[in-house]
Design a protein around this ligand. Structure first.
Ligand code: FES
Length: 200
């Protein structure tokens, strides 16, 4: 059982300021490690308004992840291997919200499944921690990160929240919710539209 202290609740204004700071710092870190990949460049004004972004995912090898930018946020696309999908099943009883029932960041209906995705092979999530907005690191393979131990997943360096390869937060961590799934849809086998989905 985790012995990490859970930070005191903070007021809305301070949280917003912290999130802003964390996202800027986190996005910079992501950019340094793996530059945003933009296959489609809407105008700056359109991007600021939240225009959908076409993400070319065809070149992402199994086991690899690329970061795209949507609404100024890093959106991860992780091409999961069968072994990665298996690792998610092993986490079911140790994640806080296995079926994405929480509502701080409502999960779209099409991702309300164990793998939190339209296609099991591809995880599409916003790479911002639901605690105070830092950008988690990863994915880490089993045994390569002490905070994850034998699990695979992501680690938020700010206060130690950990997430599995479906973006589900482990129990007893400061983050109150899973990583957000943005609206998205496949427009071909190799292109995902982030920021727009198909209403059922
Ligand atoms: S921002 Fe606090 S654990 Fe991620």
């Amino acid at each position: 059982m985790s012995t990490e202290a859970i930070p005191e609740p903070i007021d809305g204004d301070r949280r917003a300021a912290l999130i802003s700071t964390c996202v800027v710092g986190g996005a910079g870190t992501v950019a340094a490690a793996a530059p945003f990949v933009l296959s489609f460049q809407p105008s700056e004004r359109a991007k600021a308004a939240g225009a959908p972004v076409e993400a070319d995912i065809g070149g992402i090898a199994p086991g690899e992840m690329k970061t795209f930018e949507w609404q100024g946020k890093p959106v991860w696309v992780l091409h999961r291997t069968p072994e990665m999908l298996e690792s998610i099943k092993k986490c079911d009883d140790r994640v806080a919200d296995p079926n994405s029932q929480r509502t701080a960041y409502p999960t779209p209906t099409y991702a309300k499944n164990e793998y939190r995705s339209i296609k099991p092979d591809y995880l599409v999530v916003v790479g911002i921690c639901s605690h105070l907005g830092c950008s988690p690191k990863g994915p880490f393979v089993a045994g390569s990160n002490p905070q994850l131990g034998g699990d695979e997943g992501f680690v938020c360096p700010c206060h130690g929240s950990t997430f599995d390869l479906a973006g589900r937060v482990f129990k007893n961590k400061p983050a109150p919710d899973n990583l957000a799934v943005p609206p998205y849809k496949f427009i071909s086998d190799s292109v995902v539209m982030i920021g727009e989905d198909t209403k059922a």
